[in-house]
Design a protein around this ligand. Structure first.
Ligand code: OVV
Length: 408
């Protein structure tokens, strides 16, 4: 039998850091900082925020696969909903735990399943081809507004079935707020909320109503699911809100990160241009190398040890998925290299486990289709000026990116 002495938990010192993941200078280039965080150890303490942090692939994967210990219902930003008022009514899928989460997730998963979204392919392809012809006509253009924003604002918003009027003004600022809320309630969060309160939040609530949706879109299908008893009537508009919260800024920024990565690595674009069938795996490498979504939180529901580090109940744990996707422990010494020929699957850009992105297949469909349309027509993608970063607490993208393209 072991003595009481050996059964005592060893005193583990968690490395603490006053690093601020949300500082502009960090967001400008987070990757050297991520390396520093990974080298601190498997778990560290963010003393400014009173939260644990995890920046290595293996431990993040383990945390995300244990949603009972590391819950979402206390919010996936730094604010703990058990103690602080959320900025909006919590999402019934993102900010929910089993068993409630399983019920709503099933409905959304059905909506966004491959069989359902493959019907959209011809329309998505046509829109991508039109946009690519338009930018080729221009020659020089802003890749953010003219391509990366224009495409999801048209095809995804049409697929949900919301009106065209107001999309450009309100959809992206609303998502900007949603994704700022995956971090702390800092000045960036507060300024963004003030802006969203000036129209966007009210507009979103309005377009989520049944009478404002087209008859066959995802929105209408959510109301039909409620008619069939799969959802409570008040849950349908909440899940339309989820689609509009999660599905725009993310795909816009993924396209930004793709264009920027290829303009900085012309030899990688040469591969895709020579073989457009590489588009899908190239997109996966973009998601790994320049992840759209960089970090969010879980909250402990009990005392637990992660990699030997004991955590108390009700602790916030920040997972840096943008760092996991560059972790040499998972990707080898070439982790920091953009290489469209690598096997990038297993990256955590869409998270993993029961809360893994429900829209990842339609997100990949949009990305693949845009890259394919570009690959077929565009030989060179050149950066013509400094891209302007869009600062956000959890997602990375740009507000402008001057680019020129040339055809064969
Ligand atoms: C995955 C995600 C991101 C943003 C918002 C939501 C979900 C939501 O459910 O509102």
């Amino acid at each position: 039998m072991e003595s009481a002495q050996t059964l005592q938990r060893p005193q583990v010192d968690v490395p603490a850091t006053d690093f601020d993941p949300y500082a502009d200078e960090v967001l400008d280039d987070p990757y050297p900082h991520y390396e520093m965080l990974r080298e601190l150890g498997p778990v560290f303490y963010l003393s400014r925020y009173n939260a644990y942090g995890i920046a290595r692939h293996a431990e993040i994967d383990a945390v995300l696969r244990d949603p009972v210990t590391f819950c979402s219902s206390a919010g996936v930003g730094l604010a703990n909903f058990h103690m602080e008022e959320p900025w909006r009514k919590p999402s019934i899928i993102l900010e929910a735990d089993p068993p409630m989460h399983g019920r709503t997730r099933k409905v959304v998963a059905g909506l966004l399943a491959p069989a359902s979204i493959n019907k959209l392919r011809p329309t998505f392809e046509r829109q991508a081809e039109l946009l690519v012809e338009r930018i080729l006509d221009k020659g020089s253009f802003d890749a953010v507004t003219d391509l990366c924003e224009a495409y999801p604002l048209k095809v995804f918003a049409d697929a949900v079935g919301i009106p065209a009027e107001g999309r450009e003004k309100y959809l992206l600022p609303y998502g900007d707020m949603v994704f700022n809320a995956f971090g702390p309630v800092n000045e960036r969060f507060k300024a963004c909320l003030a802006k969203a309160q000036d129209g966007a939040i009210a507009w979103i609530a309005e377009v989520c109503r049944r009478e404002n949706l087209t008859p066959d879109g995802f929105g209408a299908q959510l109301y039909k699911a409620a008619d069939e008893g799969l959802l409570a009537p008040e849950e349908a508009p909440m899940l339309v809100r989820t689609l509009l919260s999660a599905g725009l800024d993310t795909t816009v920024f993924t396209l930004c990160n793709a264009i920027l990565s290829f303009s900085r690595h012309p030899e990688q674009w040469a591969h895709v241009h020579a073989n457009p069938a590489l588009a899908r795996q190239a997109l996966e490498e973009v998601l790994r190398y320049e992840s759209t979504f960089h970090s969010f939180y879980r909250t402990t529901t009990r005392e637990v040890e992660v990699a030997g580090v004991p955590m108390a109940n009700e602790q916030k744990v920040c997972v840096f998925i943008g760092s996991a996707n560059r972790d040499p422990r998972r990707w080898g010494e070439s982790a920091d290299k953009f290489d469209v020929t690598r096997r990038a699957s297993g990256n955590l850009a869409f998270g993993t486990g029961i809360h893994g992105c429900a829209g990842q297949m339609i997100a990949r469909l949009e990305g693949e289709i845009v890259l394919t349309a570009l690959a077929k027509r565009v030989r060179n993608i050149r950066l013509e000026g400094k891209p302007v970063i869009h600062y956000n607490n959890s997602v990375r993208g740009y507000t402008s990116m001057p680019v020129s393209v040339s055809a064969d």
